[in-house]
Every structure is written in C-alpha cells, then in structure tokens.
Design a protein around this ligand. Structure first.
Ligand SMILES: C[S@@+](CC[C@H](N)C(=O)[O-])C[C@H]1O[C@@H](n2cnc3c(N)ncnc32)[C@H](O)[C@@H]1O
Length: 194
C-alpha cells in the first residue's frame, strides 16, 4: 500500500462553503486547462476538480487521478462514474512511474504539497511527467488551520518553496495568492534541461 502522508476527511474537501468561496473553475482557469489536454490531478482527494476537468478536456482529453488514499479516490470515482478518459492511480504522487515522462499538459496540485513529506520528490515527478511547455498549478495553506495539532507540521516554509522553484528550470508565472492560500503557476520551458 502506498504511504498516505496525511489523511483528509472527505467533508473538508467537498462542501458547499468551499465550492462557494473557491470554485474549481477559478483554479482551472489559472491552470489553463483546454480541450484535448492530458491532466494529472496529483492528490486528487474526493475529486473536487475532476468533473470540471473532464468537461474542459472534452472527448479527446485524459485525466490521471492520483491519491494514495483509496477511500477518497473511491469517492472521486463514484462522482465521475466509469469514464474511459480517466486513469485511477491509488499511489503516492512521489512515485508516479505509471505516468510516462513528458506526457502531461497540465498538473494540478491543489492543497496537496502541504500534506506531503517528500515535497521535492513530488515536484521532481511533476517536472518529469510534464510535456515541454506544460504547466503546473500548486496551491498550499500558508499556515496550519489547527495550530495546536500534535501532528507533524508539513507546512511549506517560504524558504523551502523558493528552493523547490530553483531546483529545476521552472518559469514562474505570477498568480494571486491570499493570506491563507499560496498559489503558484510553474511552466516547464519548451526546451528544458532534464
Ligand atoms: C487537502 S487534500 C486535497 C485534495 C484535493 N487536491 C482537493 O483540492 O480537494 C490532500 C490530499 O493529499 C493526499 N495525499 C497524502 N499523501 C499523498 C501522497 N504521498 N501523494 C499524493 N497525495 C497524497 C491525501 O490523501 C488528500 O487526498
């Protein structure tokens, strides 16, 4: 079984307040998901974005939905139903060898990296699977919403994020963040070093 770095309660991922405050369309507009795109939703959870992604990519698009939490992924699967465009992968985003190198147009990492131990490993995989010119959208909570939690802090410190951006040849595109949620758009250059 793939390790789940942090479990998320389905009700915290899918609720009317979240849909109202932060509809999936807003992040997908920033990511620029288009007709016929191949999209990887890494840490897909209960599939908050997946119906909208499938609507946008149309009949010739494809979606890799990745999450080591099989229970959450099962909720996403039930929501989407049987759809030949979707590949369900109950594995860690740090080990997505099942997704071929340079095969993906868009990677979505929504509120995932703040739940991961191996943040660099996941970003390296993101780089590997993206096509040249492909784009990744990464959002994470800037601060813990459970300050007294005894759980290990997986918070993304600014210095760690800056080092992640420098680790590869990412082109950083500016996108708006909020006081609670940091958002980043990273593009793999057309002609990129490995
Ligand atoms: C806060 S939820 C976000 C879910 C979804 N991206 C969203 O925005 O609704 C974080 C997700 O990361 C998943 N996760 C934990 N460890 C992971 C890993 N190693 N690789 C990929 N996903 C992981 C959890 O199972 C959970 O579904």
């Amino acid at each position: 079984m793939a390790p789940i770095d942090r479990r998320c309660w389905p009700g915290s991922l899918e609720n009317p307040l979240r849909r109202w405050l932060s509809p999936p369309s807003r992040d997908l507009d920033l990511l620029g998901v288009e007709e016929s795109d191949v999209v990887a939703d890494l840490g897909a959870g209960v599939g908050f974005y997946d119906l909208e992604i499938l609507h946008r990519v149309g009949p010739h698009g494809r979606l890799f939905a990745v999450d080591p939490d099989g229970d959450n992924l099962e909720v996403a699967h039930r929501r989407v139903k049987e759809d030949p465009r979707v590949v369900w992968l109950p594995i860690s985003a740090a080990q997505v060898d099942a997704i071929p190198e340079g095969s993906v147009d868009r990677v979505l990492l929504s509120l995932v990296i703040c739940c991961l131990v191996d943040k660099e490993g996941v970003m390296d995989q993101t780089w590997r699977i993206l096509k040249p010119g492909g784009v990744a959208f990464v959002s994470y909570l800037r601060r813990s919403i459970r300050p007294r939690s005894r759980r290990q802090s997986l918070r993304v410190l600014p210095s760690r994020w800056e080092a992640i951006e420098r680790r590869r040849g990412w082109v950083v595109r500016p996108v708006p963040s909020s006081w609670l949620v940091a958002r980043h758009l990273l593009q793999k250059p057309e002609a990129s070093p490995r």
